[in-house]
Design a protein around this ligand. Structure first.
Ligand SMILES: Cc1cc2nc3c(=O)[nH]c(=O)nc-3n(C[C@H](O)[C@H](O)[C@H](O)COP(=O)(O)OP(=O)(O)OC[C@H]3O[C@@H](n4cnc5c(N)ncnc54)[C@H](O)[C@@H]3O)c2cc1C
Length: 482
């Protein structure tokens, strides 16, 4: 710990007590490596404010000595976004103690949640009042509101409700000089110039620390139906979605899963079984939801729509979950894809989007181009087809040495895949953000005017670069390979 860091830590301990400071290396260790185990950082201390005022005081003190801070929530980032630098030059600023739901108003359809509230806890609290926060993802048991706001998270209900950006009504944050931005008021109309709330959403902790957010709620689920469908291709899958959307507005999730990824889940995740009797090249998981029991029951609706699709040959087989337990079992297969891929050996992941109509062809063409260009690899894509966003994974050839492969082949594969994405008019980060993993790629593939604007915003709000150094955008251009 540098003398300045040590002075800061002691001051915070004296002012806010022992709970506000962690310096035991054993307690710090789990928070210095990312979820995928790809990035290893170091931090001499974790600072944990219990309130917005404490967060503001900590940031002001750090700013005086130009001590770098890495905001952190559940540490489920897929891009090394919350992992501190390896040289120990930054302290982790954890929001996990700020985990109060300050207000939840069923009539106003709004909740005000502190940054450290875990997504699953918000879901439970909303449900108690007959409401729902309509964003969910596999990491819901750990991911926090602050992290979700700061990554503009997506998930499996974007089709109907949009990403975090469309669900956040207001943001409270501490800016890099220690001042508090109170933008929680949830005004429906507010045209006072630049929107600081919107700047903070998706800023990945580089413009300050989010301490709370006002969040839009919708009516709780009155009934839902979950179907598992086997079909021939992503083209058929998108045609199915379009055919369904023409006849109902209740489709909330439409996730595509290749047969080989399902096989990985069945092989690596205990107590899982295939929903359909025969193997299929592609699968989709569909969820239809109603918020009012006066509407057609979603199971009946899906049955009708899928029967038509079977008859027309668009799908090969389908099953509708007969119980909540079975619906959850279908979702578990989908939510376990990343974990199963992680257990299967070295792989390089790409969270990409292209225009929705182009995605089915892109998935097939890009996978075959990558496999041809890098012999022995296996490329596969799964995820949010209806949003034009898939997770495009390329697995290493059998027997490849992980360290060597990650150091040499993986960056080359990533550049190859990203070039295909950019040529297709797409984005190299659809929902996970840039973090440290994609910073050099963002620099390489962004128009200079865009990077200059990002840098100008960063330097205006954080001129000393103390917030989340080395992530998303830095004051000087990135030079290293990804
Ligand atoms: C199994 C699994 C499935 C996932 N599925 C999805 C998915 O479908 N869609 C999706 O979008 N993401 C997904 N993710 C990624 C991840 O869950 C999201 O990025 C989530 O938003 C991160 O929340 P967190 O609290 O863990 O943030 P962290 O990982 O702690 O931090 C993420 C970023 O936000 C910053 N940050 C965290 N808290 C704050 C704060 N209070 N103020 C300012 N900055 C902050 C960090 O500095 C970092 O840059 C998945 C992750 C896992 C492990």
């Amino acid at each position: 710990m540098t003398p300045d860091q040590s002075r800061l830590v002691e001051t915070i301990r004296q002012r806010f007590g022992d709970k506000a400071v962690t310096t035991d290396p054993h307690d710090i260790a789990p928070w210095t490596t990312d979820w995928r185990g790809r990035f290893h950082g170091a931090a001499p201390a974790i600072l944990s404010p219990a309130s917005t005022d404490q967060a503001a005081a900590i940031v002001a003190l750090a700013a005086q000595s130009r001590i770098a801070l890495v905001p952190q929530g559940g540490n489920t980032s897929m891009v090394g976004g919350a992992t501190p630098p390896a040289d120990g030059s930054a302290l982790i600023l954890s929001l996990r103690r700020m985990n109060r739901i300050r207000a939840l108003s069923a009539p106003d359809m709004l909740a005000v949640a502190e940054a450290g509230v875990i997504l699953a806890d918000l879901h439970a609290a909303a449900l108690e009042q007959g409401r729902r926060f309509p964003l969910t993802l596999g990491a819901r048991g750990s991911a926090t509101i602050g992290g979700l706001v700061s990554t503009n998270a997506g998930g499996t209900q974007v089709l109907r409700f949009g990403t975090m950006r469309s669900l956040v009504a207001g943001v409270e944050a501490v800016l890099p000089d220690g001042s508090i931005h109170d933008g929680l008021s949830a005004l429906r109309k507010d045209n006072r110039g630049y929107d600081l709330n919107q700047l903070l959403i998706g800023a990945e902790g580089t413009l300050g620390v989010v301490t709370a957010a006002s969040l839009k709620l919708v009516p709780a689920v009155a009934a839902r139906a979950v179907a598992w469908v086997g079909l021939e291709s992503p083209v058929a899958a998108l045609a199915l979605l379009r055919a369904m959307e023409a006849r109902t507005r209740t489709i909330e999730s439409f996730e595509i899963i290749p047969g080989d990824s399902l096989a990985l889940v069945l092989g690596h995740i205990p107590d899982t079984r295939a929903p359909l009797a025969d193997p299929h090249r592609w699968h989709v998981l569909i969820e239809a939801v109603i918020g009012d029991l006066g509407e057609e029951p979603p199971a009946k609706l899906l049955e009708r729509l899928l029967a038509d699709a079977l008859e027309s040959g668009l799908v090969q087989d389908a099953v509708i979950a007969a119980s909540e337990a079975q619906a959850e079992a279908f979702w578990r297969l989908r939510d376990s894809l990343s974990e199963a891929e992680r257990s299967a050996g070295p792989a390089v992941q790409h969270d990409i989007s292209v225009p929705v109509a182009d995605m089915p062809r892109f998935m097939i063409d890009a996978a075959s181009a990558a496999e041809q260009r890098f012999p022995g690899t296996h490329a596969t894509a799964f995820g949010h087809l209806g949003d034009g966003n898939v997770h495009f994974h390329v697995r290493a050839p059998a027997g490849a040495d992980p360290n060597r492969w990650y150091a040499t082949d993986a960056p080359e594969i990533t550049r190859f895949v990203h070039d295909l994405v950019v040529a297709a008019g797409g984005s190299i980060s659809a929902e996970h953000g840039i973090g440290q993993m994609k910073r050099a790629e963002l620099e390489r593939l962004s128009p200079p005017a865009r990077m200059a604007a990002l840098r100008a915003i960063k330097s205006a709000l954080d001129p000393d670069g103390i917030f989340n150094p080395g992530k998303l955008v830095t004051l000087a251009p990135a030079r290293t390979a990804p």
